[in-house]
Design a protein around this ligand. Structure first.
Ligand code: ADP
Length: 871
């Protein structure tokens, strides 16, 4: 009946408790007199006649009140009163002890709970685990349902968690709180001011600040009490957790506990956020490190690349790998600075690659713009930006999910020389980090390319020198005119041309063409071509017409159509795939000999200024080579004419000489001629013999040089020949005063031409007499099993060492014509004859100390016949 009694009410219990004095009501009239308004209710309810009310207090602190009722009037004796008071005191003490214990237990439990909660919350570092932990701590210990809202940077609140004791109710809770589709977004004031302590009852009147959404939500989930705790950390509100109960409302203690837990949860959520931030920045760092690592590998790879092509390939591949780009490419500025030429491309669409191979710097293309403005061009969504690049949008194929591009200029030493581009499938935002990385990549690429360019130019310089050296060597290898022309035509391939031709004008003004090509197919195409005057002198197409170097490095179909002399010519130019042409004149002593025309086709290379210099240098050497060969050819012709003349003259002279000699000899043989006439005839006969010898030497020269020296080898005795010759020359020996000694082995027989052997011995012995100064002459003939040796030794004037090497050459003489007549042909003929027999001849001599000629002849395997050589 009186479950709750207000302390300030006018009831006996309240009065006793309030006053701290026991109240003894011994009868109904007394009761009614003291508590007229209250007594009838008590009497009616309890049917009591007497009542004792005692305050329960410990050291003046009220803890409660105690009442005893009696069903008949009762006079409280002094003893009874004392007993009741003692009982009340003991009861109060017992109650207080229990209360204290209870409180202590609760406090301990709360502390343990909080400690445990703190530990568990601090264990998790990611948001989801933190929220799950929170949910397992609060539901069902403190509440039957829990929701957590977290604030987004833009200030909105997002429901992160909804948890219910009964898992089947969870979706309902979630749905109730998220409304139709939109997440619950209570405003901040509502949360912090109004809802923080809201304890609304489902059936009770909702708090004034309670939002309609929340009210409906509470109804849906049947919550009787709802507590919203803000999550605050480091002065910022991170969000709020809301707790709902299905039965009893939250008590103060639970509210405090929830608030305490809210503080710890806020810390955990804050930490999880910080950790996530740290994690993402760590990931970024890792990505950066990854990229840095990539850059390091790139630098290493670039340092190994030797050509610009290799450098570009390395950069593009690395870029693709690190950036995950779809394709990438590098362009270089053309030498005239007006275009871009594709150097390297990876994973490019072949059609697009063809369109992007050569670009004008002025073109509406992102890469051209990047190089032109020397600033990166970031195309994050091609679909949206392509209107700015009308030219490119014609060729570019946009994949269904979009396209993005990064185009960067390549600069080194403050000079822009190309561009680097990557394209990505799908639109993409280039973060500062991406941009930084790409710019660093472009920088490294530029440095690498510049280094490779320098290296290449240095290598090209070396190659040019090597080419010129080899050209000189090849040209020096032959004096043959035809060979030289072929050599010159071949000089430019492949260093300066895929195919080339040499046009030479002969003395009659006829132009001959010699061609050379790298491939057989082109060789065949070139075979039928011939030089013709160009219909376009203004274009300077051929150096043979203009006498000037002609350079056409950029040849396209329009150009080919313009210069072609007709459909056939055009077809030829197209088949040759002519793309670049360089024609250099060949000049010698100011005379235009011809032109070397170097062409690029299938290699798609283009001639540069550097090539022009090299080609001109090559042409100078080629011209010298051609001129030399031409002169040589002419001199050969002159020699041939002279030899023919000698041969004819020799024969023509021989005929009258022979008859003259016969007549003189017949006169000499007549017995009645006076002595004086006989002496004169003898002299005449000697002169005729000498003349005949000279004529025969001349004939030998033309025979031998004309390759008409015919040997007729047969077994003969060399000693025998020596003695015969000695006899024949007895008269001369006599006149000279030299004494001849002959040492000949018996039977030095060999298979030799006896007429020619006679000639050898005669020439050597004649020389010994002629240059012997009247001193003794020794001739010896020795036989060994496989060879015979003839030695002719005199003690005469000897021969200077420097004259000895050329002694056996045609017309070589070591003496002055004034002192000693002669043609300088004798030794040459001897050497030709000896060598035609497979033998050899040597001379040993000291000036003033005589000369020794040693002839060695093989005795076996002597050639049946042997051609003379035109030495
Ligand atoms: P030629 O005697 O008609 O001049 P050769 O060919 O026989 O022509 O000789 C060439 C040259 O060699 C001579 O001019 C001479 O200077 C030198 N010569 C040849 N034989 C002797 C020799 N026995 N002693 C010194 N000089 C010689």
């Amino acid at each position: 009946f009186f479950p709750n009694v207000r302390l300030e009410s006018e009831s006996p219990l309240s009065v006793a408790a309030r006053t701290g004095e026991p109240l003894w009501l011994e009868s109904r009239p007394e009761y009614l007199a003291r508590f007229p308004s209250f007594a009838p209710k008590v009497i009616h309810a309890l049917g009591a006649h007497a009542l004792a009310c005692l305050p329960l207090s410990v050291e003046g602190r009220l803890v409660g009140a105690l009442a005893f009722g009696f069903d008949r009037p009762h006079a409280f004796t002094a003893h009874e009163r004392a007993f009741a008071l003692t009982l009340a005191r003991q009861c109060a003490q017992a109650l207080e002890r229990v209360q204290l214990l209870d409180h202590e237990r609760q406090t301990k439990e709360a502390a343990r709970f909080l400690a445990q909660a703190s530990t568990r919350l601090s264990e998790s570092l990611d948001l989801k685990t933190t929220l799950d932990t929170l949910s397992s701590l609060l539901v069902p210990t403190l509440a039957d349902m829990l929701t957590v809202h977290l604030a987004r940077p833009d200030g909105s609140l997002v429901l992160e968690l909804a948890s219910h004791t009964d898992p089947s109710q969870q979706p309902r809770l979630l749905q109730s709180l998220t409304g139709e589709a939109k997440p619950l977004q209570p405003n901040w004031e509502e949360l912090e001011l109004g809802l923080a302590r809201l304890r609304g009852k489902r059936s009770g009147t909702p708090s004034r600040n309670q939002s309609e959404v929340l009210r409906r939500a509470l109804e849906t989930v049947s919550a009787v009490s709802w507590l919203v705790v803000p999550l605050r950390s480091r002065g910022r509100t991170l969000g709020a957790l809301s707790l709902g109960r299905l039965s009893a409302p939250f008590n103060t203690h639970q509210v405090e506990q929830a608030e305490e837990l809210g503080r710890r949860a806020a810390l955990a959520v804050d930490n999880a956020g910080l950790y996530a931030l740290e994690l993402s920045s760590r990931k970024r760092t890792e990505r950066l490190l990854d990229r840095t690592d990539g850059l390091q590998r790139l630098t290493a790879a670039i340092s190994r690349a030797l050509t610009t092509q290799e450098v570009a390939a390395v950069v593009v591949r690395q870029g693709l790998e690190v950036l995950g780009a779809q394709n990438g490419a590098v362009w270089l500025l053309t030498p005239d600075g007006r275009g871009l030429e594709l150097l390297q491309v990876e994973h490019g669409d072949p059609v697009m690659v063809r369109d992007f191979r050569r670009l004008l710097l002025a073109a509406d293309v992102p890469i051209s713009e990047a190089v032109r403005t020397r600033a990166p061009v970031w195309v994050e969504a091609w679909e949206k930006q392509q209107h700015r690049y009308p030219a490119a949008s014609e060729w570019m194929r946009t994949p269904p999910n979009g396209l993005s591009m990064a185009c960067l200029p390549l600069e080194a030493e403050n000079r822009v020389f190309g561009g680097l581009a990557f394209s990505f499938e799908g639109s993409r935002r280039f973060s500062d980090e991406d941009r930084g990385f790409l710019e660093v990549l472009a920088g490294i690429c530029a440095q690498g390319l510049e280094r490779a360019r320098l290296y290449e130019s240095e290598r090209r310089a070396r190659e040019r020198l090597a080419l010129l050296a080899s050209a000189s060597e090849q040209l020096a290898a032959s004096l043959e005119y035809e060979t030289t022309l072929q050599t010159v035509a071949g000089l430019g391939v492949p260093a300066l041309a895929d195919f080339c031709f040499l046009d030479v004008r002969d003395s009659e003004g006829e132009v001959r063409r010699v061609a050379r090509a790298a491939s057989e197919r082109k060789q065949a195409l070139l075979a039928g071509t011939r030089w013709a005057h160009s219909d376009h002198p203004e274009l300077n197409l051929c150096a043979l017409s203009s006498g000037k170097t002609a350079l056409h490095p950029e040849i396209d179909d329009a150009w080919r159509r313009k210069v072609a002399g007709g459909p056939e010519h055009l077809a030829l130019l197209q088949q040759l795939e002519l793309r670049s042409m360089l024609s250099v004149p060949l000049r010698s002593n100011g005379r235009l000999l011809g032109a070397l025309t170097l062409c690029y086709g299938e290699s798609e290379r283009h001639h540069t200024e550097e090539d022009v210099q090299l080609a001109e240098e090559l042409a100078r050497r080629a011209a010298a080579g051609v001129e030399n060969a031409r002169l040589f050819q002419q001199s050969q012709q002159a020699i041939r004419l002279r030899d023919d003349f000698l041969s004819i003259a020799g024969h023509e002279l021989n005929t009258p000489l022979t008859s003259l000699k016969l007549q003189v000899d017949s006169l000499r043989a007549r017995p009645h001629e006076p002595d004086q006439a006989k002496r004169k005839l003898e002299k005449a006969s000697q002169q005729i013999s000498r003349l005949a010898k000279l004529v025969s030497a001349l004939l030998d020269v033309s025979r031998i040089t004309g390759g008409r020296l015919k040997l007729e080898p047969q077994p003969m005795d060399l000693g025998h020949t020596v003695r015969e010759v000695a006899n024949r020359l007895a008269e001369e020996l006599n006149r000279s005063g030299s004494e001849l000694r002959v040492h000949a082995d018996e039977g030095v027989v060999g298979n030799w031409d006896s007429f020619r052997m006679d000639q050898v011995v005669t020439n050597l012995l004649s020389n010994a007499i002629k240059y012997g100064q009247g001193r003794g002459i020794e001739v010896s003939v020795k036989a060994e099993p496989d060879k015979a040796t003839l030695v002719v030794k005199d003690g005469g004037i000897g021969i200077a060492p420097e004259a000895q090497p050329r002694l056996f050459q045609r017309f070589a003489r070591a003496v002055s014509d004034r002192h000693y007549g002669g043609f300088g042909l004798g030794l040459w003929i001897v050497k030709q004859v000896v060598e035609a027999h497979g033998g050899d001849i040597k001379v040993q001599s000291q000036p003033g100390d005589g000369s020794t000629f040693v002839v060695q002849l093989p005795r076996k395997d002597a050639p049946a016949s042997g051609p003379g050589s035109a030495g």
